[in-house]
Design a protein around this ligand. Structure first.
Ligand code: GTP
Ligand code: MG
Length: 561
């Protein structure tokens, strides 16, 4: 947002902060455009208090990893450790996460029951975790797979579960651990039959399918492969548990005295969730809980909001704490071409992966993705769309870091948040995009002037701020002229941001390819990149295929998402 960013860009004292707010208020008056109303379409989605919030993350291509990287089957220790390390990194950053459990390609992370982080806004919690998990996965990859390059940065699909009591949290964790056990037993039998008995994969699959009980599977392992399942590694059989524990530590104060402080640390443990010990001794719950075999009821606690059919879906992502991130990595001011290049590469990758994204628009640390209004992408499930996009964006950003920021090491993985907003018609969608481009213009003009005054005009930051207070667009242009700079001649990349859209369908591609749910043709279309105005009509008149034609609801099936 403009106001936030203007203040954010300059570190100010309280008086300065007040001043900045006055500047912001004055400029906001100036900047209040007819586009501002689109903010009203954004929703908050706060989660009920005193409930457990569990964010479940799932690698979208987990099953392909073993073949892509020639990993050991059914379990590759390096991959298990990478997942664990990524989850630890997320828990290290988000101190309110108290319990993590994962196996295979999934990890569930539980927040402290009474957390007020981000005031319990579900999309913000979900997407921050999801993108950090994906970017940590990329950053930590070389530590676990030395000499093996990561070819495809991952994306994670996330879901938010809201559990009303301690019993349902325990039941959920137990259910996931049981799923781990079943999956691992099946895979151990399968790959043992292939490796040790020389069966073909489909033959071995047939044997596994035929063994209905656990006893049968254990017996096959024992008699045919001479293997005792109980002797397999615990982390494969029971998954990875990470618990935050709190300890008292003696800390010396600046005055020299010693005080006791609470310090939290993360521990990897091996326990059976089904047994009482974990819940009564390690992760002690307030309410009494017991073993519960019936866990079917848990599915009702997943937040599964569907995005209204026939509305434009906008997913906007924004860097978390990019003010600090840009300082830490010495970004050029006001615009660092390397950061923009990284953002654009990440956005392009997202568009390649999701063919139903018709256009994307980026500026500063934010990117907007517009999903075709008739798309059924990821079942129009809000969480799946937000998490998949934001995580792929974050992981690609980190994956390209070394190449783009040649010589500047990445100090920590950045996180991005995402929100999903619905716009009911083309004109609202255009107003939304105009709002973002106007925001880019206002910020860039202010920041260009500010840094010209500081860098070329030898003003202090406070002086520059004072000089710009209450100025209008024409005043800023005049200031720039004093330094022989003309605003309209500044790079359009900075003034207009970056627009990416798919080229028009070629003649040979049929209308049918545009029907809802068909993505293949769209996905193969070239993506154009522009830095031009999209507030006026010209951009849209010259590219009518981007917004397309209004369709009517022909059959009930059309609405059946
Ligand atoms: P949250 O989004 O609320 O977590 O805060 P934030 O610190 O990310 O700030 P915000 O999103 O409002 O603004 C983005 C910030 O990123 C800007 O204020 C800049 O500090 C920084 N930033 C983004 N792009 C650049 C760049 O190219 N150069 C420099 N120097 N900073 C940039
Ligand atoms: Mg930001």
């Amino acid at each position: 947002m403009w106001l936030r960013r203007t203040v954010g860009f300059h570190r100010v004292n309280i008086q300065g902060l007040r001043r900045s707010f006055q500047v912001a208020a004055a400029a906001a008056k100036m900047a209040k455009s007819r586009f501002e109303y689109v903010k009203a379409f954004e929703t908050e989605d706060r989660l009920d208090p005193k409930h457990w919030i569990v964010v479940a993350l799932k690698h979208r291509r987990y099953d392909e990893l073993a073949d892509t990287y020639d990993l050991e089957k059914p379990n590759d220790k390096r991959l298990v450790q990478l997942f664990e390390a990524s989850a630890r990194s997320v828990m290290g950053e988000f101190k309110e996460l108290v319990l993590g459990y994962g196996f295979g390609g999934e990890f569930s992370l539980a927040f402290a029951k009474n957390t007020t982080l981000y005031r319990r806004r579900a999309p913000k919690l979900l997407t921050n975790l999801c993108s950090l998990m994906a970017s940590s996965f990329v950053q930590l990859w070389p530590h676990h797979f030395e000499g093996l390059s990561l070819v495809d940065p991952p994306s994670f699909e996330g879901a938010v579960h809201l559990f009303p009591d301690d019993q349902s949290l325990r039941d959920y964790m137990t259910q996931r651990q049981l799923a781990c056990h079943h999956r691992n037993l099946n895979n151990t039998v399968l790959w043992s039959l292939v490796r040790e008995c020389g069966l073909a994969v489909d033959e071995a699959q047939g044997v596994v399918r035929g063994a209905t009980s656990e006893g049968d599977k254990n017996e096959i392992l024992f008699s045919r492969c001479n293997k005792n399942y109980n002797k397999e590694e615990d982390v494969f059989k029971k998954g990875s548990i990470i618990v935050r524990t709190s300890t008292q530590a003696s800390v010396r104060t600046p005055a020299g005295s010693v005080t006791q402080r609470n310090q939290s640390c993360l521990s990897n443990l091996c326990f059976d969730f089904v047994k009482d010990q974990f819940w009564s001794e390690i992760f002690v719950l307030d309410q009494p809980t017991k073993v519960n075999a019936k866990t079917n009821y848990l599915k009702d606690f997943e937040k599964k909001a569907k995005l209204l059919p026939h509305s434009w879906i906008v997913i906007r992502i924004d860097g978390k704490g990019f003010h600090k991130f840009s300082e830490k990595h010495s970004f050029a001011k006001p615009n660092d071409i390397r950061s923009i290049e990284l953002m654009n590469r990440a956005a392009k990758r997202v568009m390649e992966e999701f063919p139903d994204i018709v256009l994307s628009y980026g500026q500063s640390d934010e990117y907007t993705f517009v999903i075709d209004r008739y798309s059924r992408m990821l079942d129009r499930c809000a969480s799946r769309n937000m998490s998949s996009i934001v995580s792929l964006f974050g992981s690609t950003y980190v994956h390209n870091w070394t190449e783009v920021f040649d010589g500047t090491p990445l100090q920590y993985s950045p996180a991005f948040d995402a929100r999903a907003v619905l716009y009911p018609n083309n004109s609202c969608l255009r107003d939304y995009l105009s709002w973002r481009q106007a925001d880019c213009h206002i910020n860039n003009m202010y920041n260009t002037c500010f840094w010209v005054l500081v860098q070329e005009g030898s003003r202090s930051r406070q002086e520059a701020e004072g000089e710009l207070r209450g100025t209008f667009s024409r005043d800023k242009r005049d200031i720039l002229k004093e330094f022989n700079r003309e605003y309209d001649k500044e790079d359009a990349l900075y003034r207009k941001g970056t627009i990416m859209y798919r080229d028009e369908l070629q003649n040979e591609e049929t209308e049918a390819a545009q029907a809802p749910g068909t993505e293949s043709c769209r996905g193969s279309r070239k993506i154009s990149v522009e830095h031009i105005d999209m507030i006026g009509d010209a951009f849209w008149e010259q590219r009518p295929w981007i917004l397309g034609k209004e369709r009517s609801v022909r059959t009930l099936e059309d609405m059946d998402y």
